[in-house]
Write a protein that binds this ligand. Sequence first.
Ligand code: TYD
Ligand code: MG
Length: 461
Amino acid sequence: MARATEIYSCQTCSSSYKKWQGKCDTCGEWNSIVEETGKEAVPKGLSTGKGRNLVFTSLDEDTIEHKRHMCGLAELDRVLGGGFVPGSSILIGGDPGIGKSTILLQAVGIMAKRGHSCTYISGEEATQQISMRARRLGLQDSPVQLASANSLRDIVTSLEKSKAPDLLIIDSIQTMYADNIDSAPGSVSQVRACSQELIRLAKKIGCALMLVGHVTKDGQIAGPRILEHMVDTVLYFEGDRGHQFRILRAVKNRYGATDEIGVFEMTDKGLSEVANPSSLFLNNQDREISGSSVFAGMEGTRPLLVEIQGLVAQSQQATPRRAVVGWDSSRLAMILAVLDSRCGLSLSGMEVYLNVAGGLRVQEPAADLAVAAALVSSISDIPVPENSIIFGEIGLSGEVRAVGQTDARLKEAAKLGFTAAIIPRGSKVKKSTLKIIEVEHLSEIVRLFTGKKPDQSVKAS
Ligand code: TYD
Ligand code: MG
C-alpha cells in the first residue's frame, strides 16, 4: 500500500514512487512521473460533518439557453455545434505551422467586425507581427483587442478589471506562466495551473475561451492529458504540408456533435472556407485509368467523395513493400488477407501501394470496398466502371456489409455527375437517379474486373 511519504506519481496510471525516475514501472510510460505538490500523496480520511449540504435538482430544471456567438467563419461555427457558447472553453491542437494562429486571428477579426468584443493574447508573437499578419489577411481595421503577454497574473488582472470580451484567445497555453509555480512554461504543472485558472476566469466573466495547444511528435496535445478533460471542446486542426487544404475536426464537444469537420484551404490571403470539399479531393482528369476508384464517404453529417488509388506491382524483394497513405495499414492487411483466402487472389509476392488522393485521411470501414476495387482494378489493368462511386464494408468471410447514410452518399455522387454506384446488397436506397449495382461478396468485385471465377488465381498483367 502506498505510504504517506511518497510524493512522486505517474500522470498516466497514478502509481506512486518515493523517488523520481524516468520510466514508470507499472505502465511503462516514459517521462510521466512528476512531483506532486503537497507533502502527502495519500491524504488522511475526510471527517464528515464539516462540509456543506448539496442542493439536489432534477434533470428538467429550468435552464437559460445561452445565446451562442457566431464568429462568421461558417466552417468553424459548424464544427463548434453552432457558434461559441459563452463561458465555455475550447482547446485547439495541431502541428506547428498548420495555421492555428491564422484561423483564430481570422475568427476574432471577422467576429469583432460583426460587433462582438474579442481579445487575442499571444505568448508567441509580438503585437507587430500579429498586426502584419492581420494586414495580409485584410483584417487590420477590425477592432480586436490585441496583446502580447505570458504572465497569467497580468492576464487575469486585466480581464477581471475590464468589460468581459465575448471571445478570448490564448495562443498558446504552453507559453503561459503562473508565477506561483516553480517550473518553466510548458511544464505539466504550469499548463495545468494556467488552464485551470483561465477556465475558471472564463466561467466567471462569461466569455468563450479558446486555448491553443501544442502537439507532441505523435500528434497528441502536449501537457497533461487532464487538459482535454477540463475543457468543453477539443478541436484538432490538421492537414498535409504538401497540400493546401486543412481540416478542423472536433474530437470532444460538450455542446455539439464530434463527427463534424470543417474544410479550409490555405491561400496567400489566409484560410478560405471550402463549401464543397468533394470537388477538392477528386481530380477531374480522365477517369479511364486502372487502379483508381471513387469512394463516397461521410465526414460527420456531410458526404465527401474521395479518390482512392491502388498500385500492385511485382516485387524483387523477399518481403514485398506495403505502403499506405491516408488509410489504416492494418485494415489494408485485412483486405489483402480476405482477397487471398476468400477470393483466391493472392498478392503475397507483390508490392502494394495505397493512396487516398489529396492527402485526406479516411477512417471509415465503408471505404473497404473502394480500396479492394482499386487494388483489383490495378492488378487486372481494367478501370473501375466509368462514372461510378463505391462504398461498403468487407467482413472477414468476404461478405460485403451495408453501411449507414446510403442516401446522403448517393445524393452527393449524383450532384457531382456520377451515374452509377456499386454498393452492398441490402442497402436501404430510397430513391436515386444512379444506376445501382449491388454486391454481396467480395468475389463479385474480383469477377467484375477479371472476368474469372473467384477461385482461379489472377496474375498481374
Ligand atoms: P500559423 O497560423 O502561424 O501556424 P501555427 O499557429 O499553427 O503554428 O501558420 C503559419 C503558416 O501559414 C505559415 O507556414 C505560412 C502560412 N500562411 C499562408 O500560407 N498564408 C497566409 O495568409 C498566412 C497568414 C499564413
Ligand atoms: Mg501559432
